[in-house]
Design a protein around this ligand. Sequence first.
Ligand code: PLP
Length: 401
Amino acid sequence: MTGQSALAPNYHPLDVVLVSGEGSWVTDVDGRRYLDCLAGYSALNFGHRHPALVAAAQEQLDTLTLTSRAFRHDLLEPFARAVTSLTGTEMLLPMNTGAEAVETAVKTSRRWGYDVKGVPDGTASIVVASGGFHGRTTTIVSMSDDPEMHDGFGPYTPGFRIVPFGDADAVAEAVDDTTVAVLVEPVQGESGVIIPPTDYLPRLRQLCDERDVLLVLDEVQSGLGRTGTTLAQDLAGVRADLTTLGKALGGGILPVSAVVGRRDVLGVLTPGTHGSTFGGNPLACAVGIAVVDLLVPGTLQARAATLGAELRTRVDALVDEGLLASARTVGLWAGLDVEPSLGLSGRETCELLATHGVLAKDTHGSTIRLAPPLTIEREDLDLALDILTKVLRDRRGAVGA
Ligand SMILES: Cc1ncc(COP(=O)(O)O)c(C=O)c1O
């Protein structure tokens, strides 16, 4: 490219220019193929251009794409029924991006707090977790303690209390009479696939019940099959009062998000109090319904669990070999900390992986994240892990660590 970029510099992508994708594979402008082990941060849980999803989108493109919510359309109620039935919830509010779903959950919780719990107007507090990632709006960065995301964007939205992730006692201490919600990710994705203690969510559920507080789980990244279950909260056997969904709900085709949850909670929103021009549009609903159809049989979730067990065995072996300092996996999702003596940042590791045909994403220092499509072939997953092993071994050979 010649001259200055016309693109705002708010990302630092790996230096690959992709032009096409199919299943777990993508191809760049020079015809090089890569295994996509990020899968759009789990937005591509079903791979690139899944035939059923593309067919649903194409069919809908030929009939009706947008009505706005000023009018009804024939797919909105079926979409709401499909997602609530899949997730064992009662009601759905459709939005577009993950951040909008989280904003919706925040607004709904506050409104519930004022109208139902009786919190004095303008005083509602929400307890959130350190290291959490929920999106990039001004309100959402107000609940982040990551300086990169947070700093320089004030004034911030008040009303959030940040406590350590995984610490139910800290949540209990932070909750008071003004608290309307506890809002956390069941597994922190952007932080590097941080998995809380097994009793964390059950304890939060109990605490929220006892203190008349809503449990809001952000499953924008963890939801819809990634963890080997439909929702990550299924692993803990809890059901949140509100759950945010996004990313994979749009099948990697378009942004589709939603808040699902209790009827008496989402029901506090009355006409005019919240909305979105594009939320729940016919195209989004057609794709969303097709996504749910893929998940209803449970085979993809089971596949994520089975392949995830293999992923775990392989990365544990890399820890034993001294190539990784630690590895966290849940379902088909891994956060890997490269052994410091290899002197490789997460970014450098991802650059090396890319030169060998595997795309992954670094996060925080020397951590890399693997989240391949749930549809990845077993041999392809093996190939990706073979390449990771080779990259790390070569590096150890080079530095004599
Ligand atoms: C848990 C979680 N919530 C919300 C978001 C924001 O989603 P979006 O980028 O679609 O606004 C993300 C994005 O990574 C996420 O991981």
